[in-house]
Write a protein that binds this ligand. Structure first.
Ligand SMILES: NC(=O)c1ccc[n+]([C@@H]2O[C@H](COP(=O)([O-])OP(=O)(O)OC[C@H]3O[C@@H](n4cnc5c(N)ncnc54)[C@H](O)[C@@H]3O)[C@@H](O)[C@H]2O)c1
Length: 425
């Protein structure tokens, strides 16, 4: 299954999948005009020339465009998967065969392989790490302190990774600059909300072929991903219940017209449960116990910790696979609970992740954050840095331009008015 050639070290499922991957990468590119423009400029200017770069991302068609842009910029880039179930094997094959980018990833890799790939990534001695969930950075800090001197900085893609970076900062171990891509407006407003919102439902539909209209869907967490998921589920005709721990977010859900309940009260009502909190054991033994027979449970948060599958397994008499990415647990009380995608990100396990149009902006941020790190090498303090506001605005401007949408500009009179405090009523 795993192929390694001497010409270019890699570990992908099958290089013969490359033609299909090439076709799918090309298709995704139609929706990625911003990253295309950045890649074209990078090819001219080579801002990452000589930089050893590791990207730990979901290996999808969109990530392929990021990797190609980084290579065009002159980077010596190596790609590993940020999740054992999200790799698209045809894309991995095409990146190796058509673009000579080393990829170490295949769908369904076990945890031991995942950890081995993290080590291979660090053997590349990266100057820049693009991380999604902070696993490479955490491994670097824990196991390869001596390599930190090689590092110019890191960029982080997702909310959970940012939470981990903040914990590293608090512990005094984040001794290099980290760019917070997740919190760029052109990232989380779109990727987390519209991307996760749509693709999570896509993953549920692909794995179950179930009708959402009329179902009660419980969404745990009303953050950016939760809002997108809940409001799209309502748009599909579901009755949506939200669970939260943050009072402001809970009020927001209420005012968006959704029912808010504690999980203990939502558990007996739901037909489908979706966790998107970034937190641990949000659905656990006492909840499974009171669920309806056949309730469906899945997760779209970063790690597979939100649903306590260990306790579900312990109280089950039988587990059987009923469809792809769909396992039915028979509980001791005679009822069954259906778990999708082994509790891993359902939008990447059973569907294709976010649509390309949103990843266009997320990965434009990634590419520009790498360029920013190199341009500012030695000038940035250790710690977590925001993407500069002008980068955010430029990405939005390029996206609008590509969509053929024009907006107004401030008139001189309006500029004067907004800069003045003397003109009132
Ligand atoms: N599936 C994907 O493709 C994808 C994309 C982007 C982000 N993510 C991941 O999704 C998760 C959520 O991201 P986000 O940007 O929405 O984060 P966020 O911080 O905006 O929202 C998380 C929400 O969950 C709530 N929460 C925390 N613990 C809870 C609990 N026990 N019960 C109920 N609510 C709880 C928080 O109060 C918060 O409102 C993260 O793990 C992130 O990395 C996944």
């Amino acid at each position: 299954m795993t192929v390694t050639s001497s010409r270019l070290k890699h570990e992908v499922k099958d290089l013969s999948f490359a033609p299909l991957g090439r076709q799918r990468i090309e298709w995704a590119g139609r929706e990625m005009p911003v990253l295309r423009q950045i890649r074209d400029r990078f090819a001219q200017e080579k801002p990452l020339s000589g930089i050893r770069l590791v990207a730990c991302c979901h290996v999808t068609t969109e990530t392929a465009h990021l990797a190609i842009a980084l290579k065009a910029a002159g980077a010596d880039a190596l790609l590993i998967a940020s999740n054992p179930l999200s790799t698209q094997d045809d894309v991995a094959a095409s990146l190796v065969a058509d673009h000579e980018i080393p990829v170490f990833a295949y769908k369904g890799e076990d945890n031991e392989t995942y950890s081995r790939h993290l080590q291979i990534a660090l053997d590349h001695r990266p100057n820049i790490i693009i991380d999604d969930g902070s696993d490479v950075v955490a491994t670097l800090i824990q196991e390869r302190q001596h390599q930190i001197a090689d590092l110019i900085g890191t960029t982080e893609e997702t909310t959970t990774g940012i939470v981990r970076l903040k914990a590293m900062l608090n512990d005094g171990v984040l001794t290099f600059p980290a760019m917070n891509v997740n919190d760029a407006d052109t990232k989380h407003f779109f990727d987390n909300r519209y991307g996760t919102g749509q693709s999570t439902l896509d993953g549920i539909i692909r794995s179950t072929n179930i009708l959402l209209a009329g179902k009660t869907i419980v969404v745990a967490g009303y953050g950016w991903c939760g809002k997108g998921t809940a409001l799209r589920a309502r748009g599909m005709g579901a009755n949506v219940v939200v669970t939260e721990v943050d009072s402001v977010r809970a009020i927001e859900a209420v005012m968006d017209g959704l029912r808010v309940l504690p999980m203990a009260e939502a558990a007996p009502l739901g037909d489908i449960f979706i966790t998107v909190t970034g937190n641990k054991h949000v659905i656990r033994a006492e909840h499974f116990e009171v669920m309806k027979d056949g309730a469906i449970v899945c997760n779209s948060g970063h790690f597979d910790i939100e649903i306590d599958l260990k306790s579900l397994g312990a109280t089950s008499t039988e587990v059987r696979t009923v469809r792809n990415f769909t396992q039915e647990y028979r509980l001791q009380n005679g009822k069954s609970v259906v778990v999708l995608g082994e509790g891993r990100l359902i939008n990447l396990a059973a569907a294709e992740g976010h649509p390309s149009a949103v990843m266009d902006m997320s990965f434009a941020n990634q590419a520009l954050a790498c360029e920013y790190l190199v341009k500012n090498q030695g000038k940035l303090e250790p710690g977590i840095h925001s993407i500069p506001a002008e980068v955010d605005r430029e990405i939005a401007r390029l996206k609008l331009q590509a969509m053929g949408i024009a907006i107004d500009t401030l008139t001189p009179e309006q500029i004067e008015y907004t800069n003045s405090w003397t003109s009132g009523t």
